[in-house]
Design a binder for this molecule. Structure first.
Ligand SMILES: Nc1ncnc2c1ncn2[C@@H]1O[C@H](COP(=O)(O)OP(=O)(O)OP(=O)(O)O)[C@@H](O)[C@H]1O
Length: 274
């Protein structure tokens, strides 16, 4: 059963279309990758789903989330605010802009819960420490009292992941969550995202331009080009025997020789072994 259903999504400014007629479904607990070159419309697709489009950019079509009546694109901001962060949540590329620099991280995680009234203030405080532990932050009680600037980039991304998971959303959207991190930190965070979504049965829409990452993370992939989904299919099949010329080109520009026997791309190495 699909938990997220996007149909004929078009996102445009007054002058041009940025996303054109995109349709896809994500099943409960499924991990779906959204790939394509820079500017292909991945972020705009996610922003439309989350109702976070920038000023002057509008969406048409429909976005449905299981358990929510009606089309998210037609909900009022107040109604949408009840869904966002509760039933679906997002982790962005740059954690510093998503965190409040003047608030201790434990409190920010707790507020994600009290805002939606899923926990009382006292319960949220304890749950925040537990969440920081679940995203494998060291000394969670101490980390909870830290300010964002006191943490490393990888640790801040873990805090954002904890906030995103705070209300146990059905859908988690990650937009290039590891791009700003170095390779070993990136690998650990990816493993964590995979583990926590698997444990909770959270559906994942994972945006990246890195084919190796999507091959490791996702069960299915959508390929975007020029605002459209030009190819889609299960992994590793779509990468081991790509049919669409655009997907073939993306793979040729990556490192196809490094496909291993399971069809996984191996462009990322962790000290030579994984
Ligand atoms: N605030 C905005 N107003 C108008 N157009 C925008 C805005 N932000 C991005 N765009 C345009 O929308 C198109 C799609 O951009 P989008 O960010 O969705 O691509 P992307 O595939 O996520 O790329 P990247 O991998 O670089 O993030 C691009 O042509 C971009 O220039």
């Amino acid at each position: 059963m699909s938990v997220l259903s996007v149909a004929e999504l078009t996102v445009s400014t007054a002058h041009r279309a940025l996303v054109r007629g995109v349709s896809f479904e994500v099943a409960r607990g499924e991990r779906v990758g959204l790939i394509g070159e820079s500017g292909s419309g991945k972020t705009m697709t996610a922003a439309a789903v989350m109702g976070l489009l920038p000023e002057g950019v509008r969406a048409t079509g429909s976005v449905r989330l299981s358990g929510v009546d009606g089309d998210l694109l037609r909900l009022r901001e107040r109604e949408l605010a009840r869904v966002r962060g509760r039933r679906m949540a997002m982790v962005f590329q740059e954690p510093m802009t998503a965190l409040n620099p003047a608030m201790r991280v434990g409190r920010q995680v707790a507020e994600a819960m009290t805002l939606h009234r899923t926990r009382t203030r006292r319960a949220a405080k304890a749950a925040a420490v537990e969440l920081l532990d679940q995203v494998r932050l060291p000394d969670p009680e101490i980390t909870a009292r830290a300010y964002p600037h006191e943490l490393s980039g990888g640790q801040r991304q873990r805090v954002l992941l904890a906030m995103a998971l705070a209300n146990d959303p059905e859908v988690l959207i990650c937009d290039e969550p590891t791009t700003a991190l170095d390779v070993t930190v990136q690998a650990k965070l990816l493993k964590l995202i995979r583990a926590v979504t698997e444990e909770r049965g959270t559906a994942l829409l994972f945006i990246t331009h890195d084919l190796a990452v999507v091959a490791d993370m996702c069960e299915r992939v959508l390929v975007m080009h020029g605002g459209r989904v030009v190819d889609a299919g299960p992994l590793p099949g779509l990468f081991t025997s790509p049919r669409h010329p655009y997907t073939q080109g993306l793979l040729a520009a990556s490192d196809l020789e490094k496909l291993d026997e399971h069809g996984k791309l191996r462009t990322i190495t962790w000290n030579g072994d994984d």
